[in-house]
Design a protein around this ligand. Sequence first.
Ligand code: NAD
Length: 485
Amino acid sequence: MQLTVPYHLENFIGGHFVGPASGNFINNINPATGEVYGQIPDSHSKDIEAAVKASKKAFAEWSNMPVEKRSAILNKIADLIDENIDELAIAETTDNGKPLWLSKKMDIPRASSNFRFFATGILHVATETHAMESDGFNYTLRQPIGIVGCISPWNLPLYLFTWKIAPALAAGNCVIAKPSEVTPVTAYLLGKICQEAGLPDGVLNIVHGTGTNCGEAIVKNTDIKAISFTGSTKAGERIAAIAAPMFKKLSLELGGKNPSIIFADCNWDKMMAETIRSSFSNQGQICLCTSRILIEKKIYEKFKTEFVEKVKQLTVGDPFDDSSNQGAIVSKPHFDKLMHCIHTAKAEGGTILCGGNAIQLDGKFAGGFFIEPTVIENLGPSCTTNQEEIFGPVVTLQPFDSEAEALQLANASHYGLAACIWTQDISVAHRLAANIQSGICWVNCWLVRDLRTPFGGMKNSGVGREGGWEALRFFTETKNICIQL
Ligand code: NAD
């Protein structure tokens, strides 16, 4: 499983590792050092056509395979992910810059859970019948779509890649999947795992490259009937524009600008610890991270003082050092974007309470991309900083007077992905949870995940839901059959 650095990744097509048709490669950079440490295929439509050809060959065998056998292969993939957790976690951390302890605790275990969850889920699928009053009935079939495309981002690379691939395969589809070009290595290693697990050739094809060349070739290919995409709202908009006239099924999991609403009666210690975690986990690069903290006015100063004091204690450094709370920002372009956002916050009158600067480390990390965890106040709800997704270790604080104002601030966004509510008053919690415009609402917790629940966003945070039966429904065609007796 281990790669020799500098490596030369290949696409996984038809069960074999092959170079890109163009012969061109893209540099892959370690964000903690800033150094090129490998190369990945720069794939285009020719590579996607080869993957489609392989999928067409594989579809009949895979979609007709007895469900127990399909389930056993997917469970074997989960077992092999667990067996290779150390190598996969090292690859994820090197590629993404996130702390190794986080890759081991969250990313890689979740990837195997994704496979295990859907491998066992398909053993329990039941569909509906609708009996008619006198002379007949209807029954529903949910059949695999055929060939589907899965496109994923860099923030939780293997975690989100498998969150799409596992239900798509479990439902009996063949898959053409593209990981982010910024974090391709664990996806490449997943190809090796699939070979070892006995996944038939061509059932899963993993193609590497940029969004514009490789991603768009997946979206434009007429044999690929559904697209499951997680990434930025901007790319989601482009994908929707291409796919809609082709009547492809679309699942779009996009950006967020998530509020955390904190009331004076909350469980203080738990709220404080979880708000630090929800704001800065994975360098703030989780779509579900809190970015706007809304605080009841009477505890605003107390919250600010303690929060800032605790944020200042967060350590940023070597991702392989277990004492680092935060590692590197994923790439130079993203680092530059974050520094620009902090500059904008200052320019529009924000007060930086802590952080706000790049961190220059020594030695082998001198060329790495590190930023201080940053807390900002004195900005209103309509300014750029509180409207645009930043997707980094940057949060703002805003006070509110009443439940009504908290709701107004929470909903003052084009996004609607996730929200947190911190209160001991169950009526307030229920009222707010029902009225907040977001697909996910956590009360007195954050990122507690049950894979059976619907996952996704409202407004500019996306279309459709992943998770549980929602994912299996997305990756199947529903057919009604009416029988008259
Ligand atoms: P991105 O949109 O730049 O890229 C995501 C993936 O799409 C990559 O594989 C990329 O190569 C590909 N891509 C880009 N343009 C494309 C196009 N025109 N056609 C086809 N594919 C294209 O996003 P990113 O920077 O990798 O990830 C960060 C974003 O992802 C943030 O906005 C974050 O909120 C979002 N995100 C959302 C969720 C969610 O569940 N809602 C989860 C994680 C990340």
